[in-house]
Design a protein around this ligand. Structure first.
Ligand code: CMP
Length: 148
């Protein structure tokens, strides 16, 4: 049986600025992922540098930091069966030029940098990435039923 996992999603500035936030969030829910936490923020360069610190030696790092702090992003915590891989399947391949239509990166991204979305690559990474943006009190379980 699939394990229930949590993952961090970032809808990147390219997708937010083209008005794709609602369409992308719908794809998550339609795929059985519950949104436990959600906020729209603008990352400072320092926040973007910290989030992508694992890539700091890569040649694309400074461009990536500049892009990620260039406009609003929508960050969320998603939960569901196999949430990490399910979310990454919805995103599609990293390079939007190679991502098929029907995937988020294929439909809303442009290239490898402006690729519409980020998703954690493993449950352990997800824990670190979720804590980067959200306090425990901001993460709410889906309400199965409201009291009468
Ligand atoms: P993301 O899933 O946010 O994780 C790291 C990001 O770095 C990745 O999506 C891409 O947007 C970006 N990235 C990865 N490889 C390259 C590359 N070769 N050139 C430019 N950007 C890259």
């Amino acid at each position: 049986m699939a394990a229930v996992e949590r993952t961090l999603s970032i809808i990147k500035p390219d997708a937010v600025s083209k008005g794709a936030t609602g369409a992308i969030l719908s794809r998550f829910e339609d795929a059985g992922l519950s949104i436990l936490a959600l906020k729209k923020i603008r990352l400072s360069e320092e926040q973007a540098r910290g989030f992508y610190a694992v890539h700091k030696e890569r040649p694309f790092y400074s461009d990536l930091v500049e892009f990620m702090s260039s406009g609003a992003v929508v960050v969320s915590v998603l939960e569901g069966p196999d949430a990490v891989s399910r979310h990454r399947d919805l995103l599609g391949p990293t390079n939007s030029n190679e991502a098929p239509k029907g995937t988020i990166r294929g439909d809303f991204g442009t290239d490898i940098e402006r690729n519409a979305g980020h998703g954690s690559d493993a449950p352990e990474t997800a824990r670190i990435e979720i804590a980067y943006f959200f306090n425990a009190t901001e993460i709410l379980a889906p309400v199965a039923a409201l009291p009468a």
